[in-house]
Design a protein around this ligand. Sequence first.
Ligand code: GLP
Length: 236
Amino acid sequence: MTGIAFQEQSDYRSLSEAASEQLLTLMHRKPDAVICLATGATPVLTYQLLVEKITAQQVDISRITFVKLDEWMGLSPEDPATCEVFLQQHILKPLGVAPENYISFRSDNADDSECARIVEQITQRGGLDLCVLGIGKNGHLGLNEPDEQLEPACHITHLDERTRLHEMLKQANIPVEKGITLGLRDILAAREVLLLVSGEGKQRAFAQFKEGKVTPQIPASFLWLHPKTTCLYCDR
Ligand code: GLP
């Protein structure tokens, strides 16, 4: 018996189908759910299928709140590399999400007060119902980077050198060295977590994660402390 429900999927499409269904089920069950979203390559098809299903089934999402998990720092909000542009493109614009139903870090000029502002907004909405996450090639979760000690709260972080090579940053207009992220404490406070693992270069971090030991060298391993995490994964 583990604390994490591992569900192997045959391929990326099946993984995305299952993930979009889990999101949809929550939206039906709790029409005012607060849902935190990761960015990156892994959830792209999940979000596309979710948008298609919401549109086809005319699901009322007018009371759902979406939360941006993390953001690269120093970029203008229009920079194509930002998590902001990613979420606008894949979720917010296609679904016509109202600005008041979206909680989002700024990418430019953020400081610690930005963390306080975001955490306060999440609290006012009753906390996160679901947090959709990916795992970094270095085992990071959001932008909680591997280190000897981890900052549990929402914080500004220096990006690990492997994270600076992330595909999203190849489009950035300037070099990015910092990020802002919900902390492990915020993630572990979510009522449910959905971890998606797919894509090149994840095998090593995922194998370490699956060992079931909690280590700051693999921040994703802190999900072993969470009571309701589902991990959908595939090799392709
Ligand atoms: C970035 C994002 C995270 C994401 C991770 C994995 O750090 N900011 O939110 O989970 O990368 O990305 P990918 O799915 O592209 O491997």
